[in-house]
Each structure stands twice: as C-alpha cells, then as structure tokens.
Design a protein around this ligand. Structure first.
Ligand code: M6R
Length: 608
C-alpha cells in the first residue's frame, strides 16, 4: 500500500512528483506529501486527505528544486493526519524519506534511537528510517542507507534524500515494489510504472536489496556490498493512455467496458481453433505434471474468487484434486506442500504481500509455482517457475473487474492445457470449449449494452442496508465475487451463500423486503436453486436473478430477471459477473460513493 515517487533531473520536481503520485493514488489516499531539496535545504509539504489537498497547498506555497521524493499514503501505523504523512525526516531536517511497507521492528529501533538522543514526532514506523540513516551517516549516504536497512525488518520500498549530499537520491526495496525510470538526463523512482510513463518507457525492475544511486550523471545499481549490478532495461510497450480515464466518468466504468478487449487479449494466440494451446512462459512438461498429486490455488480477494472457479474447472477438466485458499490463511496453517505440489498463485498486481509469502514458502518446500498475474515484471512473475500473464492492461480502479475475468480465462486456458497433457478431455470437447471461449468477448459486449435494467434496479435499491447473493456450484463462486464488489463499492452489507446452506442458518436473516440476488447458469443445479429461491420468497425476499436468454420461466419466481447470452456452464462466470459488477457500480454512483477509491481500501496490499 502507499505509493512512492522520486525525481532527479533539470526540471522542477514538484509538478513531476505530483503527477507521478496521481498515477499511484490507487495505492492509498489518506494523505500525500513531497520533500524537495531547495538551496541546500529540504522543504516538505504534506497534508492529510487526497492528493488534491497537497496540490492546493503547493499552489499557495510553491517549492522550487529539481530533486525530490513524494508519497501517497494508506495508513498502517498512526491515523491519517498531517504529522503522520510522509515524507518523514530526522530531527535536524537533513534527511528525508518516503516509505511503502511496514518496518516490523520499528518499536525496538525507536526505543534504541531514543536512548541515543533521537526524538520522534509521529506515530509511524517510517520515522525510524531517516533517524537510522542519520545515525549511520559518516559522510556517505549510500553507506548509511545500506547500514540502516541492515537493521530494518519487514517490507519496504524507500526513497531517501539528504542535504549532506544534495545531488543524490538513494532508493531500495525489500518485499515492496519499486521501479526506476531512466530518461534523458532525468531519473525517476516509483512504486509502479504508470507513474513515470509520461517521461520515459525505459525501466529497471529492481530485485530486493538492490540499492539505487541517482545523480545527475546517471543511475547506478549496487548490491549491499556495493558491487555494481548490471541489469537490462525493460522497455514498456503499452500505452500511457491505458492508465488514463479516456473520457469516462471514472476508471471503474472504463475498466468494466474494457472487458471484451481484455478477454480477447488474454486469449489471443493461446486459444486458436484446431491448434494446440500455446503458453510460452509455462515449461511444465507432461512428465512433471504426472508427478503432481495436488494443485493449490492461493490468492486474496477477487483473485481468490477466480481461484474458486479455477478449482471447479481444473478438477472437472484435468481430474487433479485442487485446494483453494486465501493467502493470509494458507501461509500460517502449515499446508502439506511438497515436491508433488503445484501451487498456482493468482494476483493482478503480482505484489500482494501474503500471496508473495505463500509463493516463497512453497518454493522452499519444493513445490513448483505457477503465477497468474497482470503485471509484467512483478514480484510473483519473477519468482515463479511458470507465468501465465493476464492481458487486462493496467487496472487502476481499486475494485477489480477486468482483471477478474481475465483470471477466469487464465484458469480455463491452464485447465485445458493440462487436460491436454493428461489426456483427460476428448478432442471434440476441447475444441467445443475453445470455440465457446472465443465467443465470450462478443457476449460480454452484448451484456454491457443492456444496462438499463440494472440501472433501474440500482436506483430502486441503493438505500438498502443488506443484500444477499445466492448460488450453487460456479454460481456460488460468482456470488462471492458479486458480494465483494457490492461491499467495497457501495458499503452495503452483503454476504454470499451457497444455495444449499441456507437452511443451515442464513435463512434466519431473510425478512419482508430483503434483497436477494441469484444466478441460474448451472443447468444441472437450476431447479434446485429455484427451490432455494422459493424458500426465501416465501419469507418475503425480493429476488433478482441472472438467467440465460430464453429461460423466461424463471420470471414466475423472481421479481426481476437480467438475461445473459447462453454459454457452457463452466464458462458462465465470465458472463454472469458482468451485470453484477454493473449493479455494484450503479448502486455506488447512486449513493454518491467514490467508486475508484472506496473508503479504507487501497489497490495493492503490499503489507500483511
Ligand atoms: O493484486 P491482487 O490480485 O493480488 O489483489 C488481491 C486483492 O487485494 C484484490 O483482488 C481486492 O480484493 C480487490 N479490491 C477486489 O476488488
């Protein structure tokens, strides 16, 4: 969480830092700040609230200088306030730091520094860093940062400037993302690529504990022992426009509408009729697959929900037992991972702390790891044995939409690939699934064109206190994702239940007027699900259903029905989720919620 930026060049730093932060606000938006070296002094401007507040402040109190660092915060230690905002400095004001991550041993370090005479102003863990750097500073900033980070436990991406060496910016990462942008006589650091894309497409993707030393002469990367690291430049080919709203009201609706393209891009050259599935970055062989006795899919949030679909699909098509779990639970429950395990981590950002920790633990235990991620060069993509990229393009809105459906497609693609290797699927079945997958983008397009019913429903129910989602089989997986979308975008309390579980407790929540939403895409389970719906209707619930076109009979039981094009049951989650994303979106808009940046959330959860 939190976004950091840094700039060193000839231009004024303030506007460049603020513009960079605007691309990172999705990572946190409790407060923002910049520190810039001006006439051998560090000037800091920071304040609580959105970046806009900082922009207003800088307009009234401009800061000159062409080397600086900036931060947009998602509070972990200490409430959102001016004083807890970054950058933080040492007492003398000679060293300033921006930080993304958590210093887990900060209390110990703070007490130790206090015993050495240091004083602290904020409640943050970050404030120990400039003071540690100060303690170790003996005439070389890089040495001091290396020594300071040697004492720090936890995760961090930091940018450091100092009046002692006013022409230098030092940065380093450990378990938190950080990239370096290399321009013409100007250099950047940032938590994510879009923050520098208006200035350069040449990027260094850093490994943990690679120290960045920027001066006007260039960028040097060093190890902890100060050996020079030689690294290839990664040239970004995607367009900066992809990370702009492009005339849409907000990123959320833009990304919802980008889903047909995201699906196509994720399938292009992989799913071709009559041809083998091509997965360039997967080297898992038939022989290695034969050794696998269990697949584990581990992820967080929406990516976990894609994993739930993945379990159904892989078991059905490839006949391998699959366990699916939430990364923060999995990592602490001593899972029975070994050399026969195949771990699939799913992560849009590729930087989620718990997911990354699971990847690392599982590799230590000998498992083979496949990463499904949307970000080229992200930590999971670099550390996994195999990678399956989802080509959703940059996802900026906090609520994940296009990443989710591309994760579903990645699951189908991988399931078909291993089913082919294992010979568990007849050629005609394989081709039939592929043919139907190719139809999905067009069908999603059609659903997006028919949003009026959803808008009507949203304007009628936006003041509800609770909404429940019900489903069976893959419709239950969709219900979980729909419920998460509704909660995070609208703040309406919502839960998802498996249809058959209702009688075991949840039905006690149903009373006159309770809103229940269901989907009926699993043909084998449709009648059973309708019986469950009747149980809640009898108790006064108002029910909206997602059903296949032509299934008009459901109107007898439901208050309203949203129709989606027919498809194969296993592929239905891709279509069924679309109206439910729109429902969450339009309900949030009706309520006046900030759809791109829901309260208390951040896009990338890079802390535990
Ligand atoms: O980047 P990741 O896919 O690892 O992120 C996982 C979750 O934090 C993410 O899906 C989150 O639940 C979204 N806000 C859901 O819309």
């Amino acid at each position: 969480m939190c976004g950091i930026v840094g700039f060193l060049g000839k231009k004024e730093a303030a506007p460049i830092l603020v513009e960079g932060l605007s691309k990172l606000e999705y990572r946190g938006y409790d407060s923002a700040g910049v520190a810039i070296i001006n006439n051998n002094e560090i000037e800091i401007k920071k304040c609580k609230g959105r970046l806009k507040n900082l922009e207003n402040k800088l307009e009234k109190e401009p800061v000159k200088g062409s080397i600086g660092i900036g931060h947009t915060r998602w509070a972990t230690h200490g409430e959102p306030s001016d004083v807890n905002s970054h950058p933080h400095s040492n007492g003398k004001g000679t060293i300033s730091v921006v930080h993304n991550g958590i210093i887990e041993n900060y209390l110990k370090l703070r007490e130790w520094l206090i015993s050495k005479g240091y004083e602290f102003l904020s409640e943050t863990d970050t404030e120990v860093i400039p003071n540690l750097v100060d303690y170790y500073y003996k005439g070389d900033l890089v040495d001091a940062v290396i020594k300071a980070t040697g004492k720090m436990e936890g995760s961090y991406a930091i940018g450091v400037i100092s009046t002692n060496e006013p022409d230098k910016l030092v940065a380093v990462r450990k378990d938190s993302p950080l990239i370096v942008g290399v321009g013409e006589g100007e250099y950047f650091i940032a938590s994510d690529i879009p923050a520098v894309l208006n200035h350069t497409r040449n990027i260094y993707l850093l490994e943990d504990k690679e120290f960045v030393v920027m001066t006007k002469d260039g960028v040097e990367l060093l190890t902890e022992d100060k050996e020079v690291v030689k690294k290839e430049i990664y040239h970004v080919t995607w367009n900066a426009d992809a990370a702009e709203k492009g005339g849409c009201e907000d990123f959320t609706i833009k990304e919802i509408h980008e889903q047909p393209k995201a699906l196509k891009d994720t399938m292009t050259s992989r799913i071709v009729l009559g041809e083998e599935i091509k997965l360039d970055k997967i080297t898992l062989t038939k022989e290695q697959l034969e050794e696998v006795d269990r697949v584990y899919i581990v992820a967080c949030g929406t990516a976990y929900h894609a994993g739930v679909v993945g379990k159904y699909v892989i078991e059905k098509l490839a006949k391998i037992p699959v366990e699916v779990d939430i990364a923060s639970e999995f990592r602490y429950r001593d899972p029975l991972i070994n050399e026969k395990s195949l771990l699939i981590v799913v992560s849009q950002s590729g930087e989620t702390a718990d997911t990354l920790a699971v990847l690392r633990d599982s590799k230590k235990k000998g498992a083979r790891v496949l990463a499904m991620t949307n970000v080229v060069g992200s930590s999971v993509s670099r550390e996994a044995d195999d990678v399956l990229y989802t080509w959703a393009g940059p996802e900026i809105a906090v609520a994940s939409t296009k990443a989710y459906i591309t994760q579903l497609v990645a699951m189908y693609t991988f399931a078909l690939h291993i089913a082919t290797l294992k010979n568990t699927l007849k050629k005609e079945e394989l081709e039939a699934i592929k043919a139907e997958m190719i139809e999905l983008p067009g069908k999603v397009e059609r659903i997006l064109e028919n949003k009026e019913e959803i808008q009507k429903f949203a304007s009628k129910h936006y003041m509800e206190k609770d909404m429940f989602f019900l489903g069976r089989g893959l419709d239950y997986a969709v219900a979980m994702e729909a419920s998460l979308k509704l909660k995070e975008l609208t703040y309406i309390h919502s839960d998802a239940y498996a249809g058959g579980e209702l009688k075991h407790g949840p039905i006690a929540l149903i009373e006159k007027g309770t809103v229940v939403i269901t989907s009926l895409t699993q043909r084998k389970l449709r009648d059973k699900m309708i019986s469950n719906v009747k149980e809640v209707v009898t108790r006064g619930a108002k029910v909206m259903a997602i059903a296949y076109e032509g299934d008009t009979e459901v109107e007898k039981t439901m208050d309203s029905v949203i129709y989606i094009p027919e498809t194969l049951d296993i592929l239905a989650p891709v279509l069924a989720i679309i109206p439910l994303q729109l429902l969450a979106y339009y309900t949030a808009v009706q309520k006046g919620c900030d759809v791109d940046k829901p309260r208390n959330l951040a896009k990338s959860v890079t802390v535990e």
